[in-house]
Design a protein around this ligand. Structure first.
Ligand code: ANZ
Ligand code: ZN
Length: 808
């Protein structure tokens, strides 16, 4: 028998018993409502870091809470095991990515177990396992057949460092988001998913309980723009089509700008300008799209020597090229309206181009503008449209342009189709075959998976490593049986994480990606938790992927994740991101060994609001340790019981108030305040016991409820304490305690009394005091009488239970 709290012993014992008894195996129970709790799965980098703990242990506490609340809970775990980090690490260490990954997974499984989380390990899914990627390939094939996957030429982000193509989302400020190395643009033939087909649906968030900033980021990323395409004729007779969201500004267009890569640039360029134009085009090719989109950059450009005619007023306007116009957006050409677009304004200033106002602000005095005027206003200098408010002008001019056949209304999106080919080895093979006779043919379903050969030379060369593997490349065409070549690119790993939560339901299922009965039972995910950095990547890709799965009949419903919570980022003691080079890394394993998983879990939850993250300072764990030791003491050492006046009532109030507070806090993910409430409770119990005998019934109730409230937070300690008080195994299979509002309510409140807004007294009053009684009490106060100085109050204001303000 252990007499003092020994976290090592307690945690070892219970982890073993839970596993033997399989209490976290999620068995479908139709009598209970279902709750699918999901926390983002880790990369098997080999070391479970503090960020994983910070993301996963509160998610575990929440899942445990839902289980105690009576839900049939599923809380699985797996590994996102394909991808560049594994491959790069493997190259650096000269081991096979598969070996490296396997070893890391074993290591991390053990680390994950040390959390004492209720992961259902029978549901584990590992994306680099053929039993998983068979179905990733199957989806690709289905997507191809549905016209969603296609091969196309595109200007792509090429990373010379990583020797692969990257998705737009993986390039930040022209640099690869992982290594920070520059990315260049290159024209290549690649596989795409037609995400734009779902753009409109992705802009809707039906019943999604998601943080607003994430929805806004997705909306901006998708970037739906309503506008018009208008055709301008050049003097040489070519047609330049522009995309504009502001047809109301057509009279204000004083020049045009083409993207430097625009196909009409050659025919527009005059001999005199030709050298300048090619020099500019060359330097523009070295910039990434994202750099070119930066608003604050100095505007550069070159005149082509060509002119075009503005259809609405017949004016002859110069055509320029400039890198702030992107080939890939709209039509790759704009009509520039310097008075009402800031980029055009800066450009016109730079190159001395006129800036005529066509939308007037109410207080415009006819003077030249200091900057572009982008607010609503009245149309001026626009012929028959003068005097219209410009939002009406937009419609009227769009109608006018359409009636004259100069153009038409259109819709444009910022989002591009998703590029999923990667010229790397460690990824899911793309199950396609290239045949000279039949073209691109998918591998038949019964031949899936296309296995990733283990004996490939996987070091990056810029060519897909699989292309050098003769045995892999050469195959028979599924169409004509003739000789054919396999696709040698692999898939972006975001493909794998698109549907892992679906595979968790039935990771060993052979007849499809998911057992349809289990899909009906568990999907969609009820509560997803993870980092906000996934806003426009994983969280958007997965929504898109889900909608295609729905259209293929694999899943039902419109959204994968009903509710989302983003935790913040945990920082080192110096307030900086933890990194080896800064030397501010805190290794969870050491903390667990020293303080125990329960203390460490609670420490992480206690440092501040979960959504905010922030710096950690492990010394702060002493407060948590003290709390847990006190909890141990109040539970294990019974007090002197006796029939003492008032002790029962006060104890019950403490118990029921704590149940209420902790319940509300856990529902709202407010871990720090939930723990603070439990700390106060333990302090209250300690005090009660020290001040004399306590009521037996109230004490027993307090202890029982407190242990139940602690169960999601400190699963091991709560189990031990539960056992020691004779509770039936397991505390995690008990119901969450309820509170009684009447018992929780205070019988006294403190009324603040003010005279003319200044606090003059504080008076104890019964909690249920009525308005008249409260006012009388306040007016009877000596302090108040002193400050009234005999004057009669003009008005008395009462805020129930809180405040009486007397105005004289
Ligand atoms: C004339 C105009 C006047 C414009 C005005 C804006 C304000 P969003 O809202 O992001 O869709 N544009 C069109 N294609 C472009 C491209 N390929 N590269 C850079 N800019 C491009 O932006 C639409 C506006 O961005 C379009 O409307 C066009 O400028 C510009 F007072 O046309 B606008
Ligand atoms: Zn063929």
């Amino acid at each position: 028998m252990i007499s003092e709290y020994d976290h090592r012993e307690v945690e070892r014992t219970w982890q073993q018993r839970w596993e033997e008894a399989g209490i976290y195996r999620s068995v479908v129970d139709w009598d209970r409502p279902k709750h699918y709790a999901l926390t983002m799965l880790p990369y098997p980098s080999g070391d479970l870091h503090i960020g994983h703990w910070y993301a996963m242990t509160p998610s575990d506490a929440r899942a445990r809470f839902m289980r105690m609340k009576g839900y049939n809970v599923l809380f699985p775990m797996g590994f996102d095991a394909f991808g560049l980090p594994a491959e790069n690490a493997a190259i650096a260490r000269n081991v096979h990515p598969a070996t490296w990954t396997d070893e890391n997974i074993s290591q991390m499984r053990a680390q994950l177990r040390s959390m004492g989380a209720m992961f259902d390990w029978e549901r584990e899914a590992v994306s680099c396992d053929p039993s998983y990627y068979t179905w990733t390939e199957w989806f690709f094939k289905r997507f191809f057949e549905a016209g969603i996957a296609y091969k196309g030429e595109a200007l792509v982000n090429w990373s010379p460092t990583l020797q692969t193509v990257l998705a737009n989302e993986q390039v930040i400020d022209g640099k690869d988001e992982r290594t920070g190395q520059p990315v260049v643009q290159k024209l290549m033939s690649q596989w795409f998913f037609a995400m734009t087909k779902y753009a409109d649906e992705l802009l809707e968030y039906p019943d999604l309980d998601w943080p607003e900033p994430i929805k806004t980021m997705q909306t901006n990323w998708i970037g739906r723009s309503e506008g018009a395409e208008v055709t301008f004729r050049t003097e040489a007779g070519d047609e330049i089509v522009v995309f504009t969201t502001r047809p109301d500004t057509l009279w204000g267009a004083t020049f045009m700008v083409l993207a430097p890569e625009h196909p009409l640039v050659d025919s527009l360029t005059s001999d005199e300008q030709s050298a300048a134009v090619s020099a500019y085009r060359e330097q523009a090719a070295r910039q990434t799209e994202l750099e070119r989109m930066e608003e604050s950059r100095e505007k550069t450009g070159v005149f082509t020597g060509g002119y075009a005619i503005n259809p609405v007023n017949g004016e002859r306007i110069p055509v320029w090229i400039a890198d702030y116009v992107l080939l890939s957006y709209g039509t790759g050409a704009i009509m520039a309206v310097p008075a009402h677009d800031q980029r055009d304004f800066e450009f016109a200033q730079q190159f001395d181009i006129p800036i005529p106002v066509v939308i007037a602000s109410p207080d415009w005095d006819g003077q030249p503008l200091e900057q572009a005027y982008v607010e609503p206003g009245t149309m001026v200098n626009s012929a028959q449209f003068d005097g219209l408010p410009n939002d009406q002008g937009k419609e009227a001019i769009a109608d006018y342009v359409e009636s004259k056949d100069w153009g038409k209304r259109t819709l444009t999106y910022r989002i591009r189709d998703w590029l999923i080919s990667r010229q790397r080895y460690w990824g899911t093979p793309i199950p396609m075959v290239h045949c000279d006779k039949c073209g691109v043919v998918p591998v038949p379903e019964q031949d899936l998976p296309v296995l990733l050969p283990e004996d490939a030379e996987f070091k990056p060369t810029g060519e897909s490593p699989l292309a050098a593997h003769e045995g892999f490349v050469h195959t028979d065409c599924p169409g004509c049986d003739g000789p054919a070549r396999r696709e040698t690119d692999t898939m972006d790993t975001f493909m794998d994480s698109n549907w892992y939560f679906v595979r968790y339901l039935s990771p060993d299922y052979h007849d499809g990606p998911v057992d349809p009965d289990l899909a009906k039972r568990w999907l969609p995910v009820d509560q997803y938790t993870g980092g906000a950095e996934h806003a426009v990547m994983h969280l958007l890709y997965a929504r898109f992927f889900w909608k295609v799965m729905r259209d293929l009949g694999v899943v039902q419903g419109h959204e994968p994740f009903k509710r989302l919570f983003n935790q913040g980022q945990i920082l080192g003691p110096d307030g900086q991101r933890m990194s080896k080079s800064r030397g501010n890394v805190v290794a969870p394993d050491e903390q667990v060994e020293r303080y125990g998983a329960d203390a460490f879990r609670c420490y992480l939850m206690f440092i501040g609001p979960w959504e905010e993250g922030g710096p950690m300072n492990i010394e702060g764990i002493s407060g948590v340790e003290r709390w847990l030791n006190r909890a141990w003491n109040v539970v294990v050492r019974e007090p002197a019981f006796g029939d003492v006046n008032g002790s029962a009532k006060a104890l019950r109030r403490l118990t029921h108030q704590t149940v209420k507070r902790v319940t509300k806090d856990v529902e709202g993910f407010r871990w720090n305040t939930a723990i603070a409430a439990l700390m106060e409770m333990v302090n209250g119990l300690t005090r009660a016991r020290e001040s004399g005998p306590v009521d037996r019934g109230a004490w027993r109730e307090a202890i029982e409820k407190m242990v139940l409230l602690m169960a999601p937070l400190t699963p091991h300690l709560a189990e031990e304490l539960w056992a020691r008080t004779g509770g039936e195994y397991s505390v995690h299979q008990q119901s969450w305690p309820e509170w009684d509002e009447a018992l929780a309510s205070e019988d006294e409140v403190t009324l603040v009394v003010q005279v003319n807004g200044k606090v003059r007294d504080r008076i104890a009053a019964p909690a249920d005091i009525g308005e008249e009684a409260a006012k009388d009490l306040a007016l009877a106060s000596e302090q108040v009488a002193k400050h009234l100085g005999g004057k009669a109050p003009r008005k008395v204001i009462y805020v129930p239970g809180k405040l009486v303000n007397i105005v004289v």
